[in-house]
Write a protein of this length. Structure first.
Length: 308
């Protein structure tokens, strides 16, 4: 029996019927696991309890992951106290700050990173001592395919915060593997979790030079909302399968540090498109790329890295 911690921030998270968190709670409970769901709204957390008929296998705790580290640590310790341990910590807290870079207040960008990066990191730092003491545990990060499409106008703040999360998750995976702790980084494509509908496009500092681009961005994001191809129910079923080593995960190796588990055809497409663009740029500039090392043994040392 696994004991889960699932934290959320955005309104379509664990406290909404459409979010990843809500479907994770339902799927984990259906396997007989114990779940602790956290969120900012106590009212919505209470509705989760009601939905699951106040089962003894579910606990809820109010938490804004952007709170100070002491508050986060206290809530985590309270969660551990429910059943004595947390086996799986799922960081699905996140929000979207859409907008053009020059037009978006820096405060919004900072808020993006506080929610998508620093908050989850504080949760992880609070949970790790408990997992280290048992030499066991799994930490899951909900990343994003947006890290491969950061050139998309209006998406830079969100993409940057998720790229930072990817790097943090990859580093953590290498640092805690010898302690018996696993890290899983998911890279979902576009899923019907209501994130686009609940993420307004910043227009407070509109600049005429961007009028056409801004209008096109707003129209594009509005067109995505409600039409995302990804099914969040299927995604969370896969997540629980992978954590438990069941279903689709049977016979497959755990993703190594530096990799992510992609979810969605669009995530796979965008990964390969980014790879192809990077490779093409390296080959175009290969003579420059390879011209900056000291001459001693350069051919011997560098040969393994060359892309032909």
């Amino acid at each position: 029996m696994f004991k889960y911690w699932s934290n959320t921030y955005r309104q379509e998270g664990a406290t909404s019927e459409q979010g990843f968190g809500a479907h994770l709670v339902s799927n984990a409970l259906s396997r007989g696991d114990l779940v602790i769901a956290t969120g900012r709204s106590q009212n919505k957390l209470d509705k989760i309890l009601e939905k699951h008929e106040n089962t003894e296998n579910l606990r809820v705790l109010q938490l804004d992951v952007t709170s100070n580290p002491t508050t986060v640590r206290d809530v985590v310790n309270q969660a551990v106290g429910f059943w004595g341990r947390i086996d799986v910590a799922v960081n699905n807290a996140g929000n979207g700050e859409l907008g053009l870079i020059e037009e978006t207040d820096t405060s919004a960008i900072r808020h993006q990173f506080e929610t998508n990066l620093f908050g989850p990191v504080e949760v992880v730092k609070a949970i790790l001592p408990h997992m280290r003491s048992r030499r066991s545990g799994t930490i899951v990060f909900l990343g994003s395919r947006s890290v491969w499409i950061g050139e998309t106008p209006g998406l830079a703040h969100y993409s940057a915060s998720k790229a930072a999360m990817h790097a943090m998750a990859e580093g953590l995976a290498s640092e805690v593997s010898h302690l018996g702790i696993r890290v899983l980084l998911l890279a979902p494509g576009a899923f019907r979790t209501n994130i686009y509908a609940s993420s307004p496009f910043h227009q407070e500092n509109s600049i005429p030079d961007y009028d056409g681009l801004r209008a096109a961005c707003i129209q594009r994001f509005k067109g995505i909302a409600g039409h995302e191809p990804g099914d969040p129910v299927k995604a969370m079923q896969i997540l629980v399968d992978v954590v438990r080593g069941e279903g689709v995960a049977v016979g497959k190796k755990w993703p190594e540090p530096g990799t992510s588990l992609l979810l969605g055809n669009d995530a796979e497409r965008d990964l390969y498109k980014r790879f192809d663009k990077l490779k093409a740029a390296v080959l175009e500039w290969a003579d420059v790329v390879r011209s900056v090392w000291y001459p001693i043994n350069v051919n011997t040392i560098a040969s393994e890295y060359y892309v032909e």
